[in-house]
Ligand binder design. Structure first.
Ligand code: NI
Length: 193
């Protein structure tokens, strides 16, 4: 595994519609491994392939309940609304309020090329949406809004959830991380990636 450079807003590769992965081979598995290592090192909760300059449809997410690796992910269900502050490893020093679905279902291929279907609620749903947006060249700044009072209240709820989740991820870090995350140690996390 190796750390990769995270590219920054302004780089045209962040605005590309990424190509589907035709075959989940060792090349893609290495990409996923490197993306996870890079995400953990940067203290992010997600990372999309275009953020490391690879315009292919692959993302990794870990909001505290383990690592998700998605190849060719598709949002097949979404419902409800939630609002909260987002940030991005490719958009340093910025954050913004974004409305996302409260619950989503993602279908994708796993690192073996097998189809998977994952339901997510709360902050994990936000992370999935944020990363999948990257695959279509969309950044959270494109979706940022001026929040209403109700949306600010939702955002406070989100902050509580994040504090709880990140506490769990810190506690989990000293043990071997799931699915072969060998050399990663997590300290503190605050950016969606
Ligand atoms: Ni991002």
């Amino acid at each position: 595994m190796a750390l990769r450079n995270i590219i920054i807003d302004g780089d045209p590769r962040l605005r590309k519609v990424c190509r589907k992965v035709d075959e989940v081979n060792d090349h893609i598995r290495t990409l996923l491994d490197d993306m996870a290592e890079t995400m953990y090192a940067a203290e992010g909760v997600g990372l999309a392939a275009p953020q490391v300059g690879v315009t292919r449809r692959a993302v990794v997410v870990d909001v505290g309940d383990g690592l998700y690796e998605f190849v060719n992910p598709v949002l097949v269900e979404s419902e409800g609304e939630q609002c909260g502050l987002e940030a991005c490893l490719s958009v340093p020093e910025k954050n913004g309020y974004v409305v996302r679905p409260r619950r989503v279902v993602v279908e994708a291929l796993d690192r073996n090329g097998d189809p998977i279907r994952v339901e997510a609620k709360g902050y994990k749903a936000v992370a999935f949406c944020h990363e999948i947006d990257h695959l279509d060249g969309t950044l959270f700044t494109d979706r940022a809004i001026q929040p209403t009072a109700e949306q600010l209240r939702q955002s406070e709820e989100r902050n509580e959830e994040i504090r709880r989740l990140m506490g769990e991820r810190e506690e989990a870090a000293p043990a071997p991380l799931p699915r072969g995350r060998r050399n990663t140690r997590v300290v503190r996390v605050k950016r969606e990636g």
